[in-house]
Design a protein around this ligand. Structure first.
Ligand code: ZN
Length: 490
């Protein structure tokens, strides 16, 4: 215990605790800071003159004034000032980046363990407003959890913070004020879903092509490399305009007002993936070309790919067709100098090789729900009684959860947890229907209360995860590692 601490001059007989060795840092030549576990809880210990800047309990140790500072938000803010590697940076401009949503605020250690074996840059803080509402957490919580994880782990390569699927200017402004380094602008509310069903005549009636648009797109062939050319006919151009015009204007406006003066600190992702139909490659080209024409600097674009990217389960669809279209999407992204962003990237094992190969080692893949599923698998492994209760509650809440997420789960297919042996419970997570059931009911599992106003499961679950931190980190490392291995295997 407490070995290899870089000469940390701390007297442990006066203050018994267990130090995380990688967290030991010198503070500007004037003192030290580290994280230690004391009575089952992690604390930041700061020694020296900077200790007074933190909130907490003061004490003397080894001739230093020290503070025992809880891992709260005020202290995280000071930590980010003292140790800049605990503050997020823009990482989308690196060749490979990987989004690691952590709905519970406890996955950082496992995520970092998975990432250090690869050169991809993690986006550790990544959450949508929907996820925050459902888990009753805030953007501040998400950022703080990432800073603490990075400090505890001694990870210094840099991580990103993504305000994911933001739809409103005020949300963009808010997360930027917190220091987030990536905005994923969800343009879905401005994308028309009815155009595919319209006839050529209807389309022609609704969209009169201007001379400018005719000149920009018709009668030519756009070479995007790899012997791929994009062409437009009048009808396909009209459809592009009808479907995406408002979304393009929205993205351009958000960029101009909120991001254009800080492109060195912020990556801008344009997400057009939450639509009823896939983004055709030429539509992707059109959106990118129009954004570039308006001076928008894009780090990543998230098209909606063919087939289905449902949450927490493998790709559903024709892998060959996916591969053919991915080739074109990736070429378009390269042509314009941004990366493809793959949303709902959790567990899409059958298409990772295609993504890695076609993107030629430049990609951003987002995952979120899968880390939550691993956390629940740990519950099944470590506390079968609690797991059965949670599982049954999830079944009761399944219908309500389908309001937020579209899945094809058939709960009639599920085995009865009461008839399964304890040791078989973790294997439930090999079944897609169980994965989707647990995946989409997380909000209810975490926030539902009994008649007295106490959480049904939240507190018990966190106690269990806290006790099984190493197991969770290990399982996450294995699971996220499987994603990266396939993406890197070109
Ligand atoms: Zn998305």
């Amino acid at each position: 215990m407490n070995n290899n601490l870089n000469g940390l001059p701390f007297n442990f007989s006066k203050y018994p605790c267990r130090v995380y060795p990688a967290s030991v840092n010198k503070l500007n030549g004037d003192g030290w800071a580290f994280i230690a576990e004391k009575n089952g809880e992690d604390m930041l210990i700061v020694m020296g003159s900077k200790a007074v800047e933190y909130q907490g309990k003061h004490f003397q140790n080894a001739g230093f004034s020290c503070i025992e500072a809880p891992l709260n938000s005020a202290n995280a803010q000071i930590l980010r000032q003292h140790f800049t590697f605990t503050a997020p940076v823009p990482v989308l401009r690196k060749d490979r980046s990987f989004g690691l949503g952590d709905r519970l605020g406890i996955a950082g250690e496992g995520h970092l363990q998975a990432m250090v074996e690869y050169d991809a840059y993690p986006v550790l803080a990544q959450q949508s407003s929907r996820e925050l509402n459902l888990t009753q957490r805030s953007y501040v919580d998400v950022l703080d959890a990432a800073s603490w994880a990075v400090f505890r782990h001694g990870y210094r390569r840099g991580f990103g913070a993504d305000g994911d699927h933001l739809k409103k200017p005020e949300e963009v402004e808010y997360v930027l004020s917190l220091g987030f380094t990536m905005i994923t602008l969800d343009c879905s509310e401005y994308i028309r879903n009815d155009v595919d069903d319209m006839s050529m005549e209807q389309v022609a009636k609704e969209c009169v092509l201007t001379d400018e648009m005719r000149q920009r797109y018709l009668g030519q062939s756009f070479n995007v490399g790899d012997e791929i050319a994009i062409t437009f006919c009048e009808d396909s151009l009209r459809r592009c305009i009808l479907i995406y015009k408002k979304a393009i204007e929205f993205a351009a406006e958000i960029f101009k007002v909120h991001i254009s003066d800080k492109t060195d600190q912020v990556d801008f992702e344009v997400s057009i993936d939450e639509t009823a139909t896939p983004t055709l490659p030429k539509q992707h080209y059109f959106v990118a070309n129009e954004l570039v024409h308006r001076g928008v600097k894009i780090a990543t674009v998230a098209p909606r790919f063919c087939g289905e990217f449902q949450k927490g389960v493998d790709y559903i669809g024709d892998v060959k067709q996916f591969d053919a279209e991915m080739k074109v999407h990736a070429a378009i992204a390269r042509h314009f100098g941004y990366k493809l962003s793959i949303h709902s990237g959790s567990d899409k094992f059958s298409v990772f090789p295609s993504i890695g190969k076609n993107a030629k080692g430049r990609f951003h893949v987002k995952t979120a729900g899968t880390s939550w599923l691993v956390a629940m698998q740990v519950v099944a492994e470590a506390d079968p009684v609690l797991y059965r209760q949670v599982h049954k509650h999830a079944l009761e809440r399944f219908r309500d959860a389908t309001k937020y997420y579209r899945v094809t789960t058939d709960i009639a297919n599920l085995p009865d947890v009461d008839t399964l042996e304890d040791k078989s419970l973790p294997e439930l997570f090999m079944l897609n229907d169980v994965r989707q059931l647990i995946h989409i009911t997380y909000g209810f599992i975490l926030t539902d209360k009994d008649d007295k106003g106490n959480f049904l499961f939240r507190d018990q679950l966190y106690v269990l995860w806290n006790k099984n931190r190493e197991l969770y980190a290990q399982r996450l490392k294995e699971h996220i590692g499987r994603h990266l291995k396939l993406l890197y295997n070109q």
